[in-house]
Design a protein around this ligand. Sequence first.
Ligand SMILES: C[S@@+](CC[C@H](N)C(=O)[O-])C[C@H]1O[C@@H](n2cnc3c(N)ncnc32)[C@H](O)[C@@H]1O
Length: 283
Amino acid sequence: MLSEEKMTEVRAAFREDSHYLGHCSAQVRAVLTEIIDHPWFPGVTDPSALGLLGSLLRIIQPERMLQLGTHIGFSAIYFADILMRNARPGTLVTVEPDELAHEAARQWAVKAGVEPAIQFVDGRSVDEQVDSVLRASGPFDLVYLDSSHSYAGTKDELALILRPGGWLGEHGILLLHDVTELLANLSPEFEGGVRRAVLEWLALHPSDYHHLLLEPPLWPNGCGLGAISRRTAHIERQNGDHSIRPHQLRQNGWRQNGRPQHGQTFGWLARLKHDMRRLVRTG
Ligand SMILES: C[S@@+](CC[C@H](N)C(=O)[O-])C[C@H]1O[C@@H](n2cnc3c(N)ncnc32)[C@H](O)[C@@H]1O
């Protein structure tokens, strides 16, 4: 439990972080600021992780994203805003067992104007009825896991997400909050938490995944961020289809005034064509 003084500092850090807030529309920024002042605010994803996730959402442009652990909707509203305004728009499905927290998230989503891009699923990720809903709405291009943080809970969730035919699509990316060694050792009741569950999963499937666990000193805070994707996806890309898809080029594929912005993409393509011609002539 943080002291009042510390919480004031944390709230100020969230209000002043221009990186993640730079991804938001003005309407969403206003609602996020309101949530920051709410008593239930503690527990939301830290600004560094939100900033990186926001950039990834703009680069990858997932059509279907899943979040486990909505809490009061801070990250859900943030993600939905970016997904909606991507050149290739996407939607978010988000799961939460705490009904009061989920109701608050719904109301803020309406106020932020992002409700059309969010499907709220009540229940725990490991509940059978939740699995049925997620199977019907998936598979997902991106999964963000930020739920119980317990070793046992995360272990079950990893199986549901990564098993063959699970919630994560073949070429999808799983992102995990709170993966650091520091957190694994901090809460004995979590029995090694997210990190232990992840490391055990990777050890059980030694050649099946790429992974990256960002933590200090390579990450600015003790929460960290992890990423996992299937190795098959990488091998297929290497051996097969080399073409760059338009949405991958559109790193700035961002809707302004409702229109996708292609200027940078075409500028880049023109340069590439010019260089190729020169190479052919000189080569
Ligand atoms: C750290 S908070 C999520 C914060 C949220 N991602 C954000 O950044 O705004 C974790 C949430 O996960 C929820 N939770 C716990 N176990 C869960 C489970 N098995 N499935 C889904 N959510 C769960 C908790 O009730 C809590 O609201």
